[in-house]
Design a protein around this ligand. Structure first.
Ligand code: GNR
Ligand code: NI
Length: 162
């Protein structure tokens, strides 16, 4: 396992690109997922998407305090409700902004071996799922900003897991 460098908005175009579906569930993918988890935990993050480590593949890791979740080719298939919360992003250091997200989402994905995964997330997990899946489409949370609250909040990262 190795920690990888996190891409920064404004410095790395990779954060604005569309990531490609994973087709090979091989050792290279497993190494990527292992490295993403290590990088996320080292940065105290609640999630990380592959484009944030310069890899344009549809893979994300999440840990909102309930254990590690790995999702490959994730898709939101249902969303309901709405909440406005403060978010931060490891690729946008020092900023905190409020964003509207669904209260509950259902996601279909593959696990690291290509097996089917279905998962329902509420609250902070729903936020993290939406935030990470947005990264796969070149969308960064500041695009959805309602209000910049950087002056009022320390940057929200994993320590602020709900
Ligand atoms: O560490 C992170 N914390 C966080 C807090 C509120 C909403 C979303 C997040 S995700 C973020 C890590 C990150 O940038 N993932 O892409
Ligand atoms: Ni992010």
């Amino acid at each position: 396992m190795a920690k990888r460098k996190i891409a920064i908005l404004g410095e790395d175009d990779v954060l604005r690109k569309h990531a490609r579906p994973v087709v090979k569930f091989d050792a290279r993918l497993h190494e990527l997922l292992d490295d993403m988890a290590e990088t996320m935990y080292a940065a105290n993050g609640a999630g990380l998407a592959a484009p944030q480590v310069n890899v344009l593949k549809r893979a994300v890791v999440i840990d909102v305090g309930e254990g590690l979740i790995e999702l490959v080719n994730p898709e939101i298939v249902e969303a309901e409700g709405s909440r406005i919360g403060v978010e931060g992003c490891l690729s946008v250091p020092g900023r905190s902004v409020t964003v509207e997200r669904p209260e509950r989402v259902k996601v279909r994905a593959a696990d690291r071996n290509g097996g089917p995964v279905e998962l329902v997330g509420e609250g902070m997990l729903a936020v993290a799922l939406c935030h990470e899946i947005d990264h796969l489409d070149g969308v960064v949370y500041v695009d959805k900003m309602i209000e910049d609250v950087s002056d009022r909040y320390e940057q929200v990262k994993g320590e602020n897991r709900a």
